[in-house]
Design a protein around this ligand. Structure first.
Ligand code: HSE
Length: 306
């Protein structure tokens, strides 16, 4: 195999109570990439469509993760990467993770799969780090593994796959403003109150239990964020109104997707997810800010060949 075309999905990180550790994978939005073997040694980004991103491999998220993997192999050829970007950088639905994952997944397929998904995440984390100025894998892991994932540890990297109940859908609103992950991180306090920490880890533990047991009521009771949302929600216009509308319409939970500005709602069934989309659209139609919306089943497969 000399060339491969892949779909690299968008993802939702944090999932309310799981800051920097939980994430899930979407299936209706993502980037496409072509990875090709070339005689010349090295990593070459030959095409970028959709957004204005650097072509120099060492400055490009997909290029940096590809270089991390390239350094770990000994081959007498190189790779060309074409990026067809649909996920806007700074959207909060894992734009950099999709790029970082796409290049290493494609290269691994061409090489005959010498690396497992955790090893691929380890390479991709180097690319993700240039976008968010820190090494976190809560978007990378669901993009590579699919479904819900929990990053138990970054060093050493340990990723747990959490079961995805059959009937779960996500509704995403992406207001067209940019929030840089590095800036959204700089807003956060270095310490939190013990009572908030207790609430947060109780919610995360019960969310994981709810996903294992398909307990939708417990999911609803767990999808709360007392640690991060209070600091970041002010960056997102009408966040409280969107959340109120989504929950009133039957969403199990609603929160900031990654570092924002996207907002996710998790719903039981597609009908609820579509109704939630409608009420959120109504909230945002009063603003002059443009927005996109996506309704997506949770994607249990992750990045794939197309
Ligand atoms: N966990 C990261 C954050 C995700 O919230 O900063 C960034 O997409």
């Amino acid at each position: 195999m000399n060339e491969i075309k892949i779909f690299s999905p968008a993802t939702v990180a944090n999932v309310a109570c799981g800051f920097d550790v939980m994430g899930f994978c979407l299936d209706t939005v993502g980037d496409e990439m072509v990875i090709r073997k070339t005689d010349k040694k090295g990593i070459f980004i030959t095409k970028i469509e959709g957004f204005d991103l650097p072509f120099e491999a060492e400055l490009n998220v997909a290029g940096v993760s590809a270089l991390a993997m390239y350094e770990a192999i000994d081959v007498d050829f190189g790779f060309e990467i074409e990026i067809y970007k649909n996920i806007k950088p700074g959207s909060g639905i894992g734009s950099s993770a999709a790029s970082a994952v796409g290049s290493v997944f494609g290269m691994n397929e061409i090489l005959g799969k010498p690396f497992n998904k955790t090893q691929l995440t380890q390479f991709a984390i180097k690319g993700e780090a240039i976008a968010s100025k820190c090494e976190h894998a809560d978007n990378l892991a669901p993009a590579l593994f699919g479904g819900f994932t929990l990053v138990k540890s970054v060093s050493p990297l340990q990723i747990l796959e959490i079961p995805t109940p059959d009937d779960l859908y996500a509704t995403i609103i992406h207001p067209q403003i940019e929030i840089k992950t590095s800036e959204a991180r700089s807003l956060l306090p270095k310490k939190i109150d013990l009572s908030d920490a207790i609430a947060q880890w109780a919610n995360l533990g019960s969310l994981v239990h709810a996903l294992h047991t398909s307990d939708y009521d417990l999911m609803k009771d767990s999808l709360h964020d007392v640690a991060i949302e209070p600091h970041r929600s002010k960056l997102i216009p009408l966040f409280a109104d969107v959340k109120y509308a989504a929950l009133s319409e039957g969403a199990l939970g609603c929160g900031i997707s990654g570092s924002g500005p996207s907002i996710f709602s998790i719903c039981k069934g597609k009908d609820v997810a579509l109704k939630v989309k409608e009420v959120i659209e109504n909230v945002y139609s009063d603003l002059v800010i443009d927005f996109d919306m996506h309704v997506s089943k949770i994607n249990t497969g992750g990045v794939k060949i197309i």
